[in-house]
Design a protein around this ligand. Structure first.
Ligand code: ADP
Ligand code: MG
Length: 214
């Protein structure tokens, strides 16, 4: 199986080869076509199984190939539980969009708020951040989500463990319009709240559950 067989542009296949990545993992093989088809998706697979690319590749391809649904950026918002995890997603996103006109920025707790406001004013296509700081920017109106096309919750189980349920709900409401697609990724299904939360965030989702199978 090759990445291009999942509906991805050949450009990604070549780019990933430079990182030594040639064959999609199981979660990538299942989640990428589903996400590209526009479905809301609930995807669970264990830590280390390659979930970051499973959502970033369809997200980047969408911004690269599809005309924007609205003139308002950002088009994609990715919420991750910690500064470290959000930074990993940001770094991978930067690699994928290198050499294109696409842009991304990160908004992490503990970093200078005004610098982030300035970066957000430049209308990046992708915003990646932690739940508390994203919520702060929504409340201060430095981050507006009216044009958002794709909302991604990474490591959702961990975000619930850390008590971010209210922030997830705030983000969900700020980006509430009918054209939005939502992807939710989780390493486990153990958190009692995950099913309840996913029902609020996702509309008729495709479910990809790989617990125990990889
Ligand atoms: P998860 O989010 O499921 O814990 P990550 O997305 O962080 O997993 O990926 C774990 C590691 O696997 C990263 O170092 C990533 O570069 C690598 N990786 C991702 N996809 C592949 C692949 N298809 N083949 C080989 N390595 C991969
Ligand atoms: Mg991950």
């Amino acid at each position: 199986m090759r990445f291009s067989e999942l509906g991805l542009d050949l450009r990604f296949e070549k780019q990933l080869e430079h990182q030594g990545i040639t064959t999609p993992t199981e979660i990538q093989a299942q989640a990428i076509p589903t996400a590209l088809a526009g479905h809301d998706t609930f995807a669970q697979s264990k830590t280390g199984s390659g979930k970051t690319l499973a959502f970033l590749l369809p997200a980047v391809q969408r911004v690269m190939k599809q005309k924007a649904l609205s003139k308002r950026d950002p088009r994609v918002l990715i919420v991750a539980p910690t500064r470290e995890l959000a930074t990993q997603v940001f770094n991978q996103c930067r690699l994928l969009i290198a050499g294109t006109a696409m842009s991304c920025t990160k908004v992490l707790g503990g970093e200078n708020f005004n610098d982030q406001v300035k970066a957000l004013r430049k209308d990046p296509h992708f915003v990646i951040g932690t739940p508390g700081r994203i919520t702060d920017h929504i409340e201060q109106r430095s981050l507006q989500l009216h044009g958002l096309e794709l909302l991604i919750f990474d490591e959702a189980d961990r975000m619930l463990d850390l008590g971010f349920e209210k922030q997830l709900s705030t983000i969900n409401q700020a980006a509430d319009h009918r054209l939005r697609q939502t992807l939710l990724f989780s390493a486990t299904l153990e958190h009692a709240q995950i099913e309840i939360t996913s029902r609020d965030l996702l509309k008729s989702p495709k479910r990809i559950l790989l617990s125990g199978s990889n």
